[in-house]
Design a protein around this ligand. Structure first.
Ligand SMILES: Nc1ncnc2c1ncn2[C@@H]1O[C@H](COP(=O)(O)OP(=O)(O)O)[C@@H](O)[C@H]1O
Ligand SMILES: [Mg+2]
Length: 274
């Protein structure tokens, strides 16, 4: 579990208070989305949790370890995936890129870790390819594999699909959901409306404060809160609320198109029987 307690933050060269007394937890095995407008402090939170920038006020505990005193242990527990994969790539060759993160791992284990990470992101067939031959979405999948080879418990995704086309986005959503099934705990910092749909909970950050928390089961009812804070609403929520206004209430849990179609078909059948 990650606990963020009374965290406030200012950058040295910037007088603005970026984060103002944040308090929240990340539960083991969940996908937690953090949404907010540009400049609301989302990336700053991610970097503080991952220990990339130093905490000055408040406390962050990761499995009861204080990030301030345990930077080495924390680095093994948490990985972070950034928005632009091209800024992270060091080597041309995919195998070399992934092996670079495993310098401290026994040689005989390196190959199996690389194979299983590439399998987790659906890129095993590219093991010996060059990164420059890949699409941006595929490069991002390799960046995720680069985190997975280190076997962390927590992964922070900081706007992982903002730069990626819609097909590439879908592939990454599938990966996130599969990682959750495998037991990873995920924080997804995002500006992309659809990423809210794969989260178990969503925190809304506004001017450095958490102003709301929405659980997946309440998303349809509480979609108006997203609007209130100028967060782009997933189109499926808008659609479900329009149906509701027309007295058609569906029992949606996963927000997939298949689920929607099945439910609508059921409604049409019921209408025909009445
Ligand atoms: N290294 C930095 N030095 C000074 N100010 C920064 C730095 N990084 C971010 N900021 C400022 O902090 C605020 C929050 O940034 P950030 O956490 O990146 O927000 P978000 O990820 O929500 O867009 C912004 O106003 C940004 O200009
Ligand atoms: Mg950001």
């Amino acid at each position: 579990m990650i606990k963020v307690e009374n965290v406030s933050f200012k950058y040295k060269n910037n007088d603005n208070k970026i984060l103002d007394n944040l308090n929240f937890s990340v539960h083991d095995g969940e996908i937690l989305a953090i949404v907010g407008q540009n400049g609301s402090g989302k990336s700053t939170i991610g970097k503080l949790i991952a220990g990339i920038i130093k905490l000055k006020q408040g406390k962050i505990l990761i499995d009861d370890l204080d990030v301030k005193d345990n930077s080495k242990l924390i680095k093994d527990k948490i990985g972070i995936v950034f928005q632009n994969p091209e800024n992270q790539i060091i080597f041309n060759n995919i195998y070399d890129e992934l092996a670079f993160s495993l310098k401290d791992i026994p040689k005989e284990e390196v190959e199996s870790r690389i194979n299983s990470a590439l399998e987790q992101v659906g890129m095993l067939e590219y093991k010996n390819s060059d990164l420059y031959t890949l699409s941006l979405g595929q490069k991002q999948r390799i960046m995720i594999a680069e985190i997975l080879v280190k076997k962390p418990k927590y992964i922070i995704f900081d706007e992982p699909t903002t730069m990626i086309d819609s097909k590439g986005k879908e592939a990454i959503y599938d990966i996130l959901q599969n990682l959750k099934k495998e037991g990873y705990t995920i924080i997804c910092i995002t500006n992309v409306a659809d990423e809210i749909l794969i989260a178990d909970r969503t925190l809304i950050l506004n001017n450095g404060s958490i102003v709301n928390e929405i659980e997946k089961k309440d998303l349809i009812e509480e979609a108006c809160i997203l609007k209130k804070f100028n967060i782009k609403e997933p189109i499926i929520l808008e659609f479900l609320n329009k149906l509701k206004e027309n007295n058609i209430t569906l029992n949606i849990k996963d927000f997939t198109i298949d689920e929607l179609v099945t439910q609508l078909k059921g409604k049409i059948k019921n209408e025909e029987c009445n």
